[in-house]
Design a protein around this ligand. Structure first.
Ligand code: UDX
Length: 435
């Protein structure tokens, strides 16, 4: 099949590479000419495991190419996947903005030269696919098309793994024809995964519901961690015990500095705002949003408390990305924590294996960026781990104990081996306890 993808961000690009790898011919459109040029040369524009390798492979076999022309993309495709962002632009209403998606629809409609399936992968408000259908019919009454909701569940950093090994594929469809095309699109994956066909509104809501539920899980474990800190209970053990119950499941029970990224903060807020439009209150999700916001302040104050006796303290931050495996700093807890710390006459040296450039776009020269973990830590009064990168788990604690000024560690991802930490006589605190 010929698959057009509009938008080559964290969703569109891995999806495009994935469908090319499945054997389809993929044409990706993006209005950023420089990005299109780089991608056509096989240069990946974001950090995602295995993406560059598979991109180059599929460019060589002519399965994928990039264009800045939406017309070229649409005319040459049987299926058009919309993968543009739906950010919250007005923080008073907190609703994801659908204008980007609707603008794309207006642009593609004049080029619907034959029947096309329009699949909406962008996270859109419940009812958007229906609105898109109405809009296209209004602009071009003779156009032949179906609109389907095809939410994405790819995790950043594991996007290609998730693409090839999905727990489920959800498709919101309104016609048999659309269903047949979706089955063909995912054909090779159907040996191991089922497609759940539902109505379009349900499909749109499943995306918000999944992310909000996971946000609840994380917030729940973070709340328990606060309690553990005042008792001898250890959150790592509690979390393990909870997760062994198959009804609960062990995933998304790692305590931390709060959830971040482009999805959880946005989708929880949007769900509340959407429900509010229908006069439905969502007090549970509202509380989760509020607690996640205040969590980052709590962590900043915990850091400051540990170094309160030190004049102009030097803080080493390990990890800027909102989680490991990505260079994405959108809604990263590290960024909010740093902003809060900077209000208190401290200096910050940070290191992240992938996210320093993206972080620089937000924080600029407000902090120093180090080339290695050890440069960041030298002379520091406290070391704070904020992202769970694999390489942080194996840091040379002996070396660090010799180069730090004061041996304080706050491990906000509970990744360090506390036995080793104690061997080198650090004052070690983590989420849900201290040793
Ligand atoms: C999420 C969804 O998982 C994915 O299905 C959807 O399509 C996009 O949004 P992503 O934003 O890439 O994916 O990150 P995810 O791995 O879900 O983590 C989200 C946040 O929760 C991160 O800040 C992470 O550090 C935090 N988290 C996750 C925890 O604090 N504890 C956990 O146990 C798991």
């Amino acid at each position: 099949m010929k698959v057009g993808i509009i938008g080559t961000g964290y969703v569109g690009l891995p999806t495009g590479i994935g469908f090319a790898e499945l054997g389809h011919i993929v044409i990706c459109a993006d209005n950023d000419v420089n990005k299109v040029q780089a991608l056509n040369q096989g240069k990946i524009t974001l950090y995602e495991k295995d993406a560059e390798k598979l991109l180059i492979k599929n460019i060589k076999s002519k399965k994928i190419y990039f264009t800045s022309s939406i017309k070229e993309c649409v005319i040459n495709s049987d299926v058009i996947i919309i993968a543009v962002g739906t950010p919250i632009v007005d923080t008073n209403i907190n609703m994801s903005d659908m204008n980007g998606v609707l603008d794309v629809i207006k642009e593609i409609t004049p080029h619907l030269n034959k029947y096309k399936l329009i699949a909406v992968k962008s996270t859109v408000a419940v009812g958007t696919c229906h609105n898109i259908e109405t809009l296209i019919k209004k602009i071009s009454p003779e156009a032949k098309f179906d609109v389907v909701s095809l939410p994405e569940f790819l995790r950043e950093g594991f996007a290609l793994y998730d693409f090839f090994n999905p727990d489920r594929i959800v498709a919101g469809v309104g016609s048999i024809k659309a269903k047949t095309i979706i089955n063909k699109l995912y054909g090779p994956l159907l040996k191991k995964t089922k497609i759940l066909f539902v109505n379009r509104q349900s499909s749109e809501l499943i995306k918000y519901a999944s992310n909000s539920f996971l946000a609840v899980k994380i917030s729940f474990v973070n709340e328990l961690a606060n309690f553990c800190e005042k008792t001898k209970a250890d959150i790592n053990e509690v979390s393990k015990g909870l997760g062994l119950d198959k009804r609960i499941g062990s995933k998304f029970l790692s305590p931390g500095p709060g959830y971040g990224g482009s999805c959880f903060p946005k989708d929880t807020k949007s769900l509340v705002a959407m429900a509010n439009k229908y006069n439905v209150d969502m007090p549970l999700i509202k509380t989760v949003i509020k607690e996640n916001e205040s969590r980052k302040k709590q962590i900043s104050h915990r850091i400051l408390d540990l170094i309160k006796k030190i004049n102009k303290p030097k803080i080493a931050i390990l990890g800027l990305a909102f989680k490991a495996g990505t260079d994405d700093c959108r809604e990263s807890p590290a960024i909010d924590i740093i902003f809060e710390l900077l209000k208190h006459n401290v200096s910050i040296n940070a290191y992240d294996p992938q996210a320093m450039q993206t972080c620089f776009k937000i924080l600029g020269n407000k902090i120093k960026y180090s080339n290695t973990i050890y440069d960041a830590v030298e002379d520091a009064d406290i070391l704070v781990v904020l992202t769970e990168w694999e390489q942080f788990k194996n840091i040379d604690l002996k070396k660090i104990s010799l180069i730090m000024k004061h041996k304080n560690i706050l491990d906000c991802r509970n990744i360090l081996d506390y036995k080793k930490v104690l061997k080198y006589k650090f004052n070690y605190e983590y989420i849900g306890g201290r040793k």
